[in-house]
Every structure is written in structure tokens, then in C-alpha cells.
Design a protein around this ligand. Structure first.
Ligand SMILES: Cc1cc2nc3c(=O)[nH]c(=O)nc-3n(C[C@H](O)[C@H](O)[C@H](O)COP(=O)(O)O)c2cc1C
Length: 175
């Protein structure tokens, strides 16, 4: 019987989606069945999957409410299959905040939700000031200034460690 994997993402500027696409491609390269969905389009039965991976980015300190609602609504079903969760945020660019037990958003997330996936991971995202509308740009500049990051509006840095994504993919395929 073939193992069926679903990947659900919440991504505003596309970085979480990029990570999910890389994971999907690795499943495909390993001849494994995989489907990728935005949280906005996922209407399937959770239990029709053997493995479900949920990836969400942080905006102003929180993951998308739709992801939280989805997990709360499908808690029992999620507990009956293999699951993984990962968060994408900029605080994770700091080595001392880039593991599930040291990243403040991941720690807080699992304090507020009654779900324990088999694997949890966190990835640093992308900083690209020119993509942000005026208000967001000012806010991110402020957050970056507070956390000693780049504040120049021309900055475009991808902090994502793709080797870590690949390692995560290997773990997922062995789940
Ligand atoms: C409006 C806005 C708010 C953000 N808030 C935070 C935040 O509170 N903490 C953080 O670490 N990163 C924050 N980020 C950074 C994003 O998490 C990061 O850019 C990530 O790569 C976005 O992923 P996405 O493209 O999949 O949405 C924010 C980014 C934007 C544009």
C-alpha cells in the first residue's frame, strides 16, 4: 500500500510555500505520494492521509488563525495519523532561537494548542523590505532594529537553511 502524505501551508510572502515545495519535490524524488495544499483550499478528510505536515509563517507574533482553527477542529483525526509542524519566522535567524525548544513562537504555540505532532521544526524565513507595504515595512524595520538585524530598505536576505529543510524532509519520509 502506498503511503499518502499531505502538506498544508499558510504563507503570505511565499517563503513557507517555497519550503513546502522543496519538501514536496523531495517526496516525489523518492517516489512517494504527496499532495500540497494552501490552508485556504484544504477540504479533504484528514484521515485519508497517513502523514500530514503543516507549515505556517509568523506575522506579528502569531501563526495564521486558520491553521490554529484547523488543528483545533481536527485534533482527534490528527492524533490518529503521523503529523509534523513547522514554523517560519525571522527570529529563527538567530542560532540561539532556531530550534523548537528555543524559538519563542514555537514554544508559545504549543502552550496554547492541545496537539503534539510527531515532529516539530522551525526555519528562518526571508526578509525582503521592498515586498512590504509601507506600514509593514516600518514595523519590520522597527522589529529588526530592536533585534539588531538589517534595517536598510534595500535588504533582501533569505535566512532559510536549505540543508536543514532537506534533513527535515528525510525525517518526514521516515515518519
Ligand atoms: C507584516 C509582517 C510581520 C512579521 N512579523 C514577524 C514577527 O513578529 N516575528 C518574526 O520573527 N518574523 C516576523 N515576520 C517575518 C516573517 O515571518 C518572514 O518574513 C517569513 O519568511 C514569512 O513567511 P511567508 O513568506 O511564508 O509568509 C513578519 C513579516 C511580515 C511581512
Amino acid at each position: 500500500m502506498t503511503v499518502k502524505t499531505g502538506i498544508i501551508y499558510s504563507s503570505i510572502d511565499g517563503q513557507t510555500l517555497e519550503i513546502c515545495k522543496k519538501l514536496r519535490d523531495e517526496f516525489l524524488e523518492n517516489n512517494q505520494n504527496v499532495e500540497l495544499f494552501s490552508i485556504n483550499d484544504f477540504n479533504e478528510d484528514v484521515t485519508s492521509y497517513d502523514r500530514l505536515i503543516i507549515g505556517a509563517s509568523i506575522r506579528y507574533g502569531v501563526h495564521n488563525k486558520k491553521i490554529i482553527d484547523f488543528i483545533n477542529t481536527n485534533k482527534e483525526q490528527l492524533n490518529s495519523i503521523k503529523t509534523a509542524f513547522f514554523s517560519v519566522n525571522l527570529v529563527a535567524r538567530k542560532p540561539e532561537k532556531n530550534t523548537p525548544s528555543t524559538n519563542p513562537y514555537v514554544i508559545k504555540f504549543f502552550k496554547t494548542i492541545d496537539w503534539t505532532p510527531n515532529i516539530v521544526e522551525v526555519f528562518a524565513g526571508k526578509l525582503d523590505y521592498k515586498k512590504y507595504p509601507f506600514f509593514d515595512r516600518i514595523m519590520i524595520q522597527f522589529i529588526m532594529w530592536m533585534t539588531k538585524g538589517p534595517t536598510n530598505v534595500n535588504t533582501e536576505i533569505e535566512y532559510t537553511n536549505w540543508d536543514k529543510v532537506t534533513e527535515f524532509g528525510t525525517q518526514l519520509r521516515n515518519l
